[in-house]
Design a protein around this ligand. Sequence first.
Ligand SMILES: Nc1ncnc2c1ncn2[C@@H]1O[C@H](COP(=O)(O)OP(=O)(O)O)[C@@H](O)[C@H]1O
Ligand SMILES: O=C(O)C1=C[C@@H](OP(=O)(O)O)[C@@H](O)[C@H](O)C1
Ligand SMILES: [Mg+2]
Length: 160
Amino acid sequence: MIFLIGFMGSGKSTIAKMVSEKTKYPYIEMDQAIEEAEGMKIRDMFASKGEQYFRDKETEFLRHLKDEVVLSTGGGVILREENRVLLQEGTVVYLKAEWETIVERLTGDTDRPLWKGEDSEKKKRFDERLSLYEQAADVVIDVDQKTPEEIAEEVMGRLK
Ligand SMILES: Nc1ncnc2c1ncn2[C@@H]1O[C@H](COP(=O)(O)OP(=O)(O)O)[C@@H](O)[C@H]1O
Ligand SMILES: O=C(O)C1=C[C@@H](OP(=O)(O)O)[C@@H](O)[C@H](O)C1
Ligand SMILES: [Mg+2]
């Protein structure tokens, strides 16, 4: 299993699809799998059931994952220790982006419930998570100023 981790906007979903094509392992989007299982958009789940409910669904999803897949995780998957342990079942690839890259990519995004509020609040969330991504990662890939194709190729090279 190949797990892509990183902050919102780091490119997990984009790169996971490309790595799936290159490896022939099926691509799974964890957010989408949870949305389908719950019959509800992540944004609505956060609003009506709360963040912890969504976090429980993330953990349940990881507990039941068995197949060889390329999984695009949600940016907050590293928050729980149990999740970080479960991720060790596969190769964890951290797509590491500078704050400026994230802002550039997510300006105007209204889909992500935790991408909201003051810049300082978002930056604080980013800073607080950095060490958790590093801790969980088997492979770290810098994604700033690279095309998706370059990043996907770099991931492939590092999987060997
Ligand atoms: N290497 C890249 N260069 C430029 N834009 C990118 C790159 N990777 C992703 N993007 C864009 O950034 C946004 C966030 O990417 P996405 O794959 O959804 O990230 P994540 O799943 O980590 O939140 C999307 O609009 C995507 O097209
Ligand atoms: O960082 C987070 O806590 C989250 C990131 C989202 O996924 P992306 O990283 O694909 O945006 C999604 O799982 C949810 O909105 C929470
Ligand atoms: Mg995504």
